[in-house]
Structures are given as structure tokens and as C-alpha cells.
Write a protein that binds this ligand. Structure first.
Ligand SMILES: Cc1cc2nc3c(=O)[nH]c(=O)nc-3n(C[C@H](O)[C@H](O)[C@H](O)COP(=O)(O)O)c2cc1C
Length: 317
């Protein structure tokens, strides 16, 4: 199945507890070519569907985020097929998670545990591709203890009709320690002919350019640095096009945070702790942000945060 057209070669990574629908929409407006929901358990999707039929209440998203991918995890083929049927009409891409290193999921033979199960993985890809007319994509790590399985898994993915692979070249054992080994992205790109999305440790527009240059990947995906500064998408797009980019002022960042708050009001599942985390990120590095940080730790409501940020905005030069 054909991939949608992306307006930018820079994507926003799925991050459970971080990339909520309001933040994704901000990233999209600031230039992300694709946004992806955090991973969702196929069993939960099937169970919820039986309870209230409204998947939108469970996986929150907005059509304004389009093109948007939904990310699934779980290896029970029957449940996976049912989950794909439930979500497919709402999303442009169905992404499959083989990257999460957390024991709570790997112990259920899901996510990165599948890297060492090529035959089961093949069955999973085949079932997903057969179950939908939407493109199915894959996000994976390089291996369990060492970077040895990614090429085989990517080859199987391509053979079974997966249309794009996002690669975070760290092993499961590494977690988030050390550096992502970008040379493995180059090796993967030489191995398959489907588009490869390089991911891991891009912090600046220069890093994004360097990943394209060093690996030959088709797209890049940015997670943590973009959550800290969503303006990075505008800067990366500008840099990739012109070789320069504008710095963002604190006033622009705080104004964008107010927009985030407005969007967040629409989504009941976004917790106060998440909003507080984004508040800290959007104001990081601005004059007086340390004091603001202290005050943010004691807020009890979104109204408290708004009040603090109004005062903070007025104090900016
Ligand atoms: C808090 C957190 C949650 C994450 N949740 C997911 C997830 O739900 N699905 C997924 O594929 N990757 C997840 N990741 C991995 C990121 O998508 C990305 O691969 C990783 O952070 C490396 O990219 P970066 O260096 O640009 O952050 C998560 C990462 C973090 C830090």
C-alpha cells in the first residue's frame, strides 16, 4: 500500500507519556512530516471496543494531525488482526512496535522480544498486511544484546509487504545508554529498498543533516529533543532547505505553550503531570525559568499553570 505524501522529511517519534495529541498537533503545525501515536496494546484495543465502541476515547487523536500513524504492539495474531480492523479507518499508517525494551512488554513476547523470533515476526507482518488496505510500517531496534537481528527482520518485513522501517540503532540491552550507532542505519539502508527512517540522538538541525549525509536514510525521526523544543521541526526543515535557521525567542516559545494548553483542554486523558512536564520544557533556558520550575512543582490545576505562565510571559524582555 502506498505511503501518504509527507510535507517534510522529519518525523516526530512516538513517546509513551510524552507525545500526547496536543503536543503532536503542535509538532505537526511546526513542520513534522509525520506524527505517530505512542504504542497501544492490541488486547486493550479489542477489549475497549467491546465496552464503548469509541476508539477515539481510548487512543486520542485529531484529524488535524494527518498524516498520522497509529502504533500497535502485541503478538497474538488473532487479536492483532482484530485490532488492525478496529483502528485502520482512523489512521493513514499502521505502525508495529519492535523497539520497546521494557520487560513489562518483552515478557509478553511483544515489542523488542520479537527481534529474536523471525518466524513469528513473519506471521505477524503477513497478518497485518493482509488485514488492511492501509500501509503497515515497522519501528525497531538493532538487536537484543548485540546488533545482529535488524537486517534479517527488515528483509522479512520487506518480503511481507511492510512499506517503511524506522530504525533506532540501539540494542535492547543498551536501553537509552551510550550512543545510537548511526553506521547501522547505513547498513540497513543498503539492505532493503523500502524507505528507511533513521532515529536516535538527533538534537539539532545540524544532526538531522548529518544523519541524512552519513546514512543515506530517506527520513529522520526525532523524539526527546523535539519534545523539549517542538520548534526544532521548523528549524530542521529550514536548515535542510537553506543551510541556516532562526533561533526561537522565549516569547515565541511561551506563546506556543499557551496554544498547547488550549489544545490539551480537548483531551481528557492528558494528565496534569504531563502538562507540567511540557511547561518545564517550553520554558527551559528562558530567563527566570529556574524559579518558574520550582513554582510549577506545587501547581494543583491547569488554571494555576496558566496564571504562572501569564506572569512569566509579562516578565520576559
Ligand atoms: C519516554 C519515552 C517513551 C517512548 N515511547 C515509545 C513508544 O511508545 N513507541 C516507540 O516506538 N518508541 C518509543 N520511544 C522511543 C522513541 O520513539 C525513540 O525511538 C527514541 O527516543 C530515540 O529517539 P531520540 O533520540 O530522538 O529520542 C520512547 C522513548 C521515550 C524517551
Amino acid at each position: 500500500m502506498a505511503l501518504p505524501i509527507f510535507n517534510s522529511r522529519v518525523f516526530f517519534a512516538p513517546m509513551a507519556g510524552v507525545s500526547d495529541p496536543a503536543l503532536r498537533l503542535i509538532c505537526k503545525e511546526l513542520g513534522a512530516g509525520l506524527v505517530v501515536t505512542p504504542f497501544t496494546n492490541i488486547h486493550a484495543i479489542v477489549a475497549r471496543k467491546e465496552i464503548d465502541k469509541e476508539i477515539k476515547k481510548f487512543i486520542e487523536f485529531s484529524p488535524k494531525e494527518k498524516p498520522i500513524a497509529v502504533q500497535l504492539f502485541g503478538s497474538d495474531i488473532e487479536q492483532l488482526t482484530r485490532a488492525v480492523h478496529i483502528v485502520e479507518k482512523h489512521f493513514d499508517i499502521i505502525d508495529y512496535n519492535m523497539g520497546c525494551p521494557s520487560p513489562t512488554v518483552t515478557e509478553q513476547m511483544a515489542c523488542s522480544a520479537l527481534l529474536q523470533e523471525p518466524e513469528l515476526t513473519r506471521k505477524i507482518f503477513r497478518a497485518m498486511v493482509n488485514a488492511t488496505t492501509k500501509p503497515v510500517t515497522l519501528k525497531m531496534r538493532s538487536g537484543i544484546d548485540k546488533p545482529d537481528c535488524f537486517k534479517l527482520i527488515a528483509r522479512i518485513a520487506e518480503e511481507e509487504g511492510i512499506t517503511m522501517v524506522t530504525f533506532h540503532p540501539r540494542t535492547v540491552k543498551q536501553g537509552y545508554a551510550g550512543n545510537a550507532n548511526w553506521s547501522l542505519i547505513k547498513e540497513l539502508k543498503e539492505q532493503v529498498s523500502i524507505p528507511v527512517v533513521g532515529n536516535g540522538d538527533i538534537r539539532t538541525p545540524e544532526d538531522a543533516q548529518r544523519m541524512f549525509d552519513e546514512t543515506g536514510c530517506d527520513y529522520v525521526m526525532v523524539g526527546r529533543a523535539a519534545a523539549q523544543n517542538p520548534f526544532l521541526f521548523t528549524q530542521m526543515n529550514e536548515f535542510l532547505e537553506t543551510g541556516t535557521y532562526k533561533e526561537t525567542s522565549c516569547r515565541e516559545r511561551i506563546t506556543m505553550f499557551f496554544k498547547y494548553l488550549k489544545y490539551a483542554e480537548e483531551y481528557p486523558t492528558i494528565k496534569l503531570s504531563n502538562i507540567r512536564m511540557h511547561a518545564m520544557n517550553f520554558s527551559k533556558g528562558c530567563k527566570g525559568s529556574k524559579r518558574l520550575r520550582g513554582k510549577l512543582l506545587t501547581v494543583q490545576s491547569v488554571e494555576d499553570i496558566k496564571k504562572l505562565f501569564n506572569e512569566f510571559y509579562d516578565s520576559l524582555e
